[in-house]
Design a protein around this ligand. Structure first.
Ligand SMILES: NC(=O)c1ccc[n+]([C@@H]2O[C@H](COP(=O)([O-])OP(=O)(O)OC[C@H]3O[C@@H](n4cnc5c(N)ncnc54)[C@H](OP(=O)(O)O)[C@@H]3O)[C@@H](O)[C@H]2O)c1
Length: 335
């Protein structure tokens, strides 16, 4: 028997999560059944979408129920097994939830996939989990990146944006412009990730800088943010420009309805298009993205950074880092 420590949703947040949002509970897990394995969670993938799952609102997945473990991707280690599929010591990934232990097996509803032996778990949680495939399919399939494109990526120092911008450069974009908050993040985006330039949206006029950096217009915008930055990009779209709506983090904590982008009519004039996507639709093709990204890392072409926060209890704080911009790179909670 193992004792599980779990963070359950105690109340739905209005705005950012706070000390009342989750409650820490303990429970004894039952003995393992046949074909089951006990997993100790080692890393949690902290994603902005977790905040959207806390709302009692329709979404691409059902809301997390009050009293349910907060839904979350992550990586665990098999500590006991009654299954041929899992050996003790294996690292496994999938939806582990904000908790210390869980039982995996086809009958439990939590079916975790083994990670290839020797895989760096931090790289895996960043590039093999949600963010890598999101950057890959969002940019190449939804955005239809073309050689010579002028590309803009917001949230450029974050998990998804940092990968999307580097991939754009690797795949032949003429110019990649990042947008991020603050001089340190912008230095990371240009000096370490190799973007051509980075606009600090906290201290510069995004619309004016975009006009200077992309005088012939923006061919492809990978939008992680929404809000005023999306509007500024729409005003600077090139002929047949594409806007990939990956995320709208500027709105996830809002309680009212977000203001609409007022420059959307530019899509008409420029014969442009704007398209949203959910990476889960590409799940059968994740191995394609994972393989391509792993190869680029091995070749030294693609960099990744993780922002590690220690302790299950700090998961709500870590989630807020995504909204106050504390993080550079992928936010991971280590248990
Ligand atoms: N469509 C999909 O299937 C899918 C899958 C995964 C992720 N996403 C989306 O991708 C986006 C990025 O997610 P991530 O996990 O990679 O997070 P992340 O970029 O690692 O972290 C979020 C970053 O967003 C920036 N930010 C927060 N509030 C902002 C605001 N009001 N205006 C401008 N920037 C703001 C912050 O950076 P600064 O310091 O630069 O402000 C923060 O570091 C999110 O919108 C997420 O929902 C979509």
């Amino acid at each position: 028997m193992a004792t599980n420590r779990k963070l359950v949703l105690a109340e739905r947040p209005a705005g950012r999560v706070d000390e009342n949002t989750v409650e820490l509970l303990e429970e004894e897990l039952p003995p393992l059944g046949e074909n089951e394995a006990l997993v100790a969670v080692r890393y949690l993938s902290i994603d902005p979408t977790i905040r959207t799952w806390m709302n009692d609102a329709p979404g691409y997945l059902p809301p997390i129920g009050i009293g349910e473990v907060v839904r979350s991707g992550g990586i665990g280690e098999v500590v006991e097994s009654r299954s041929d599929r899992y050996n003790e010591g294996d690292l496994v990934f999938g939806m582990v939830g904000w908790q210390s232990h869980l039982i995996t097996g086809e009958s439990t509803g939590a079916f975790l996939q083994p990670l290839p032996p020797g895989t760096d778990p931090l790289m895996a949680i960043n590039l093999f989990g949600i963010n890598g495939p999101t950057a890959y399919f969002g940019l190449l399939e939804v955005g239809e990146l073309k050689q010579g494109d002028v590309v803009v990526v917001s949230g450029a120092a974050g998990a998804t944006g940092s990968t999307a911008g580097q991939l754009a450069k690797i795949k032949g974009a003429k110019k990649v412009i990042g947008i991020a908050g603050g001089p340190e993040k912008c230095a990371f985006v240009t000096d370490e990730l190799g973007f051509d330039c980075c606009i600090d949206y906290k201290s510069e006029s995004v619309a004016r800088r975009l006009h200077e950096e992309a005088p012939s217009g923006i061919d492809l915008y990978f939008d992680n943010v929404g809000g005023e930055i999306l509007d500024a990009v729409l005003a600077n779209l090139a002929l047949r420009g594409r806007v990939v709506l990956c995320g709208a983090i500027a709105h996830y904590n809002e309680t009212g309805r977000p203001a609409g982008p007022s420059n959307y009519t530019n899509l008409i004039r420029q014969r442009g298009k704007m398209e949203g996507f959910i990476v889960l639709d590409y799940a059968p093709r994740y191995p394609e993205a994972q393989g391509a990204l792993a190869e680029l890392v091995t070749e030294g072409q693609l960099k990744h950074r993780e922002h590690v926060v220690d302790g299950l209890e700090r998961a709500p704080e870590a989630l807020n880092y995504l909204f106050d911009g504390t993080n550079t790179g992928k936010v991971v909670v280590r248990l």
